[in-house]
Write a protein that binds this ligand. Structure first.
Ligand SMILES: [Zn+2]
Length: 237
């Protein structure tokens, strides 16, 4: 009898743990690696990896943007030699913000992450730190057929596949401007805003490099979706 009761208690514990686990997963799909991904989910522990993984699945990435109602304009594939080009390019439309210069084309995972960055990170941080919304994002481009640091040999940059975007600054609705070059170590509120953007981007991009990383990034935030697998390392500096 005691043995039977022991087994019943054991089964109840296992069942409870299973129920609790599956309920947790149902309520927090963003925090586990195996659940399906939607842009509407809150940003969680695996959001960045799920976004980067979409690099191999352009159709799925475009469908994701469509289901989330994100304005996106696919562009024709582009290829320059064996190392440069893309099949999943899209023109960043931006919704509430514009991009300056306009017409920048990125890979789909970068476009999806930029959408979340703008909506969930940039606008709340701008309101909190600066009391005004961002109306434009200044950037230094995405696609560029080049190697890391513009060297003549070595690995190609994520820019060579449009899988990166360099953000140089922001324009606010009240007319103020924030630049990585001028404000990273300047005005306290603007510097805090830029760090909020950098730290938030780290939850959405495989690689985020700021002026804290090295001198080559003194005037921009480099964001990319380098494919390093579902448990690959991430870089946030
Ligand atoms: Zn870059």
């Amino acid at each position: 009898m005691a043995r039977l009761i022991g087994w019943l208690v054991f089964l109840a514990l296992v069942g409870g743990a299973y129920w609790f686990g599956s309920d947790y997963v149902r309520r927090h799909p963003q925090d586990v690696p195996w659940t399906s991904f939607e842009l509407a989910h809150p940003i969680g522990a695996f959001t960045g990896r799920k976004l980067a993984a979409l690099g191999d699945r352009p159709g799925e990435c475009r469908a994701l943007l469509g289901r989330a109602g994100v304005e996106h304009v696919p562009v024709p594939p582009r290829h320059e030699g064996p190392d440069c080009g893309y099949d999943d390019g899209m023109r960043l439309a931006g919704g509430d913000v514009r991009f300056a210069p306009a017409g920048v084309v990125t890979s789909c995972p970068v476009a999806a992450a930029i959408h979340l960055l703008e909506e969930r990170i940039i606008q709340p941080a701008a309101l909190r730190r600066l009391g005004s919304r961002v109306v434009a994002i200044d950037h230094a481009g995405s696609y560029s057929c080049r190697r890391l640091y513009g060297r003549s040999e070595g690995a190609f940059s994520e820019h060579a596949t449009a899988d990166a975007l360099d953000i140089t600054g922001f324009r606010l609705a009240d007319g103020r401007r924030v630049s990585v070059l001028g404000d990273w170590s300047g005005d306290a509120a603007k510097a805090a805003f830029l760090r909020d953007v950098r730290d938030g981007a780290c939850r959405l991009f495989a690689t985020v490099l700021s002026p804290d990383y090295n001198a080559a990034h003194f005037d921009h935030l480099h964001l990319d979706q380098a494919a390093r697998g579902s448990v690959g390392w991430r870089m946030c500096r």
